[in-house]
Design a protein around this ligand. Structure first.
Ligand code: SF4
Length: 493
């Protein structure tokens, strides 16, 4: 049930519930879709961090953005992979550029803005160009690229991984992984996830082929930095032990259908940060540099006092207590990197981005929310749903929202928070006064007039309340009346 955030988000959130410090998955289908009988380095890393974030992000489809860091990284990675597969003397910067141009042709057609294509090429080139400062590509002896390693147990855990490249060294083989992002700092403090990944690959090859790689390296191609990864016995022991612990965590989460939260400064980049009790309690807020998280004013995740029922988890035989045995299911590509939530790299208050409507903007949330409301209203009244009926009702609602928003800011402005408030008022009005499908024109007119009046009225009363109470120490503010409930007293007459 992977869906795009903003696109039926409430349905997605209903599949989850907060169970104390855990995020319970109430929908067994949603849980089973992510069940695996193997562990990859990236999932292991996620289990050492916040498992709740991992399972949630697995259900959020990424908005395609060719300029997003993951897409740029994938493209740079693809150029280098193709380059390494060329004969040694053909591995030049010029050939790399040719490969990049072919890739660009696949992503951009004639209808695209040529400047955009040029900009994309420059961005991808910047992500791989530092590689040519790290080694002489003519001298590298490639054994394999994109090597899948599976059907092997690492530290007793069924393993799945993909090695960027295996090369021949003087005494055996070496393995490398390409990174187009930042070079990690403070490895001692924040953990060495890139190093752990290479150590796991190294162990997987040792178990599978009986040969331990002589060396492992990380190529930070944007920044022209090469790092050797320590393969010493103590470092290997540490990594393998963490990997085994991650598998236990993974199995426990699926067995209980509930995923532990782990609050940390990384919460600032999590889509759940505004809804998550652990993050709230620890005082973490959305980072200014992060793409927007889910807005707690519009959405919520329910709480449950009891753990999610175990039968919903349908625990797979592979996850028997401490179960570290493989089954014969075919490993699928681990997709955490590809499905990481990004919500497009633009801010929601920008209605337009790169000359186009910004799908991440409040404005788009507003128009889609209004259209969804029309759709739901038609469906719940058993009305015919087609484009013209949805459009007519959406436009009707938009007129009501416009009148409500006028009270607040004087105009219809989808990108303004006041629009969310006006939509909320309309929702309340609709609950009390359902739209009279199939009525006469006069009755429909009367409904519209009533909806406008009541929507405005809700907002006006709310604004009066604010005026009465906003500045309690200001003499001009009258404050709340002594006994507002007296209004409802039975009449003496
Ligand atoms: S906000 Fe923090 S603790 Fe909560 S789910 Fe996200 S990463 Fe985990």
């Amino acid at each position: 049930m992977s869906i795009l955030v903003g696109d039926n988000l409430d349905s997605l959130l209903q599949a989850f519930a907060w169970d104390g410090d855990r995020l319970a998955v109430a929908d067994s289908q949603a849980l089973d879709a992510q069940r695996r009988d193997y562990l990859s380095p990236s999932t292991a890393e996620a289990m050492q961090g916040c498992a709740a974030r991992w399972i949630f992000e697995k259900h959020v489809r990424a908005e395609p953005d060719l300029f997003g860091p993951a897409e740029l990284g994938t493209a740079a990675h693809s150029v280098l992979e193709h380059l390494w597969n060329l004969p040694a003397d053909a591995r030049t910067r010029l050939r790399a550029m040719g490969l990049l141009r072919s890739l660009a042709d696949q992503h951009f057609d004639d209808s695209n803005d040529e400047n955009l294509k040029t900009e994309w090429i420059a961005e991808v080139r910047a992500a791989y160009l530092g590689y040519f400062e790290l080694e002489n590509p003519h001298e590298v002896k490639i054994v394999a690229t994109e090597q899948t390693v599976t059907d092997v147990e690492v530290a007793g855990v069924p393993f799945f991984g993909k090695i960027d490249r295996i090369i021949a060294t003087d005494g055996g083989i070496g393995i490398d992984d390409t990174k187009t992002g930042k070079v990690p700092k403070n490895i001692g403090r924040y953990g060495d996830k890139h190093g752990d990944q290479l150590r796991l690959y190294s162990e997987a090859l040792r178990v599978r082929d009986g040969v331990q790689p002589e060396r492992a390296g990380l190529l930070y191609t944007r920044h022209a930095v090469h790092k050797n990864v320590a393969l010493s016995k103590p470092r290997m022991r540490e990594t393998l032990s963490d990997f085994a612990d991650s598998w236990d965590t993974f199995a426990t989460c699926f067995r209980d259908a509930a995923f532990e939260t782990k609050a940390s400064p990384l919460c600032g980049w999590c889509p759940l940060v505004n809804l998550c009790p652990a993050a709230q309690e620890a005082g973490f807020r959305q980072s200014d540099r992060a793409v927007p998280a889910i807005d707690a004013r519009d959405h919520t995740i329910a709480h449950t006092d009891a753990p999610a029922p175990r039968e919903q988890a349908s625990p797979d035989a592979a996850y028997s207590e401490g179960g570290r045995h493989a089954t014969d299911q075919t490993p699928e590509k681990d997709t955490i990197m590809e499905t990481k939530t990004r919500f497009i790299g633009t801010k929601p208050w920008d209605e337009f981005a790169r000359g186009q409507i910004n799908p991440n903007s409040y404005a788009v949330a507003g128009v889609i929310g209004t259209t969804e409301l029309a759709y739901e209203t038609l469906a719940s009244a058993d009305q015919t749903i087609n484009r013209s009926s949805v459009r007519a009702l959406t436009q009707t609602f938009a007129k009501v929202i416009e009148s409500g928003q006028e009270v607040l800011v004087g105009t219809l402005a989808w990108n303004d928070n006041s629009n969310t408030r006006a939509r909320g008022a309309l929702r309340s009005v609709l609950q009390v006064n359902p739209f009279p499908f199939g009525s006469s024109s006069d009755e429909l007119d009367a409904w519209f007039a009533l909806a406008v009046r009541q929507t405005r009225s809700i907002i006006q009363v709310a604004m009066e309340l604010h005026e009465q109470t906003a500045a309690a120490d200001d003499d001009d503010v009258e404050g709340l009346p002594e006994q507002p409930w007296a209004h409802f007293a039975a009449s003496d007459n």
